[in-house]
Design a binder for this molecule. Structure first.
Ligand code: NDP
Length: 329
């Protein structure tokens, strides 16, 4: 069936500008890390992605290594883009990244010029695109000099293959360091994509938000639900072998305490007439320096639950204090 996007798609989700740039993002972006790759039927992935777009989520986040198998999440995105979304290219923000393992050999990872350049070309091919809206260096490269990485990203913009660039998983000091080079090169740097959720507040503890703001950039938060923990799924406990991203792995150190916090937070969300997932997202979006949070979902039900965060994104001072107290345990 030929897809026609919902005519009401811009009436659902709030949109937020990244600092004072021309880049505007929906409060929720949709990520394809491991929910829609080669282990999922394409028909299901297509349904979730199109439902996202119909609900005003016009920003799709990918990476060369997403799948689970390298490249397959971009292939999924490319298949849906080619069939359904390409008439909407002007409305879409499509992002990708490179730096984790992508292909065999020493050049298949990190952030040298050859690696980043080849990775972007492959991503464009897989996604059937002429350009991406944002290209991120996916991780800090301890060996390559930072100027080379910055210049490789800058070159992508000069070549018209990326409109904006960003970094991902950089520390505050690393962001400050590369921002200086971007300022010098006049590279349109828009931010750091990093892990941020109620349990993981490193961004607040390290002055990340202020540092990014100083450089006219924002924090794009990934893993807002701590991979599904901050939902009503685990109120009775979570499996000890639950696979958690390294940035959330510490949560497993105190399973009993975590579950007790989840239940207390769930009570706060119920008092607001929200689900715990919606509360967790509203809490992140309380700060405009976080223009968008990247969610993952492989079911339409989960996606629609998350979209409803738009109905109530305001938290009172009392609610924020209550949440802080719960999280501090
Ligand atoms: P989330 O914190 O949103 O967690 C997604 C998980 O939560 C999925 O298992 C999903 O289940 C579940 N879930 C989502 N909504 C609900 C709901 N309403 N109720 C119950 N369960 C729910 O994000 P991810 O950790 O998946 O990361 C999101 C994106 O962030 C990635 O796809 C990627 O784009 C980006 N990312 C970037 C990284 C980087 O290094 N730059 C690292 C990690 C992620 P189900 O699949 O069953 O719907």
């Amino acid at each position: 069936m030929v897809y026609a996007a919902s005519e009401n798609r811009y009436e659902v989700m709030p949109y937020r500008r990244v600092a004072d740039s021309g880049l505007i993002l929906p409060a929720l972006s949709f990520g394809l890390w491991r929910n829609l790759g080669d282990q999922k039927p394409l028909a299901n992935s297509r349904e979730v992605m199109l439902k996202a777009f119909d609900n005003g989520i016009f920003s799709f986040d990918n990476a060369s290594n997403y799948g689970p198998s390298d490249g397959t999440a971009e292939e999924t995105f490319g298949a849906v883009y080619k069939k359904d979304l390409h008439p909407y290219r002007n409305e879409l923000i499509i992002t990708t990244k490179a730096g984790y393992h992508m292909w065999p050999g020493p050049l298949g990872q990190f952030s040298g010029k050859k690696t980043l350049t080849a990775a972007l070309d492959l991503s464009l091919q897989r996604m059937h695109l002429d350009y991406v809206d944002i290209f991120y260096a996916h991780r800090w490269d301890p060996e390559t000099n930072l100027r080379e990485t910055a210049e490789a990203l800058d070159l992508m913009v000069r070549q018209g293959k990326a409109l904006y660039v960003g970094v991902s998983n950089y520390t505050t000091e690393q962001v400050a360091e590369i921002s200086k080079i971007f300022d010098e090169l006049h590279t349109p740097f828009i931010g750091n994509q990093m892990s941020y959720n109620m349990f993981n507040r490193e961004a607040e503890d390290t002055d990340m938000l202020a540092t990014l703001a100083q450089h006219h950039a924002g924090l794009i938060a990934y893993g807002p639900l701590a991979e599904g923990l901050l939902t009503d799924r685990y109120l009775d406990g979570f499996p000890a072998d639950m696979p958690l991203h390294r940035t959330n792995a510490f949560i497993k150190d105190d399973p009993k305490g975590t579950v007790s916090k989840l239940n207390a937070l769930n009570k706060v969300s119920a008092d607001r007439g929200q689900t715990l997932a919606q509360l967790a997202m509203a809490w992140l979006l309380r700060d405009k320096r976080v223009p968008s949070i990247v969610i993952g979902a492989s079911s339409v039900d989960h996606l629609l639950d998350n979209v409803k965060v738009a109905d109530n994104m305001t938290l009172s001072t009392e609610e924020l204090a209550k949440i802080d107290a719960i999280l501090k345990g």
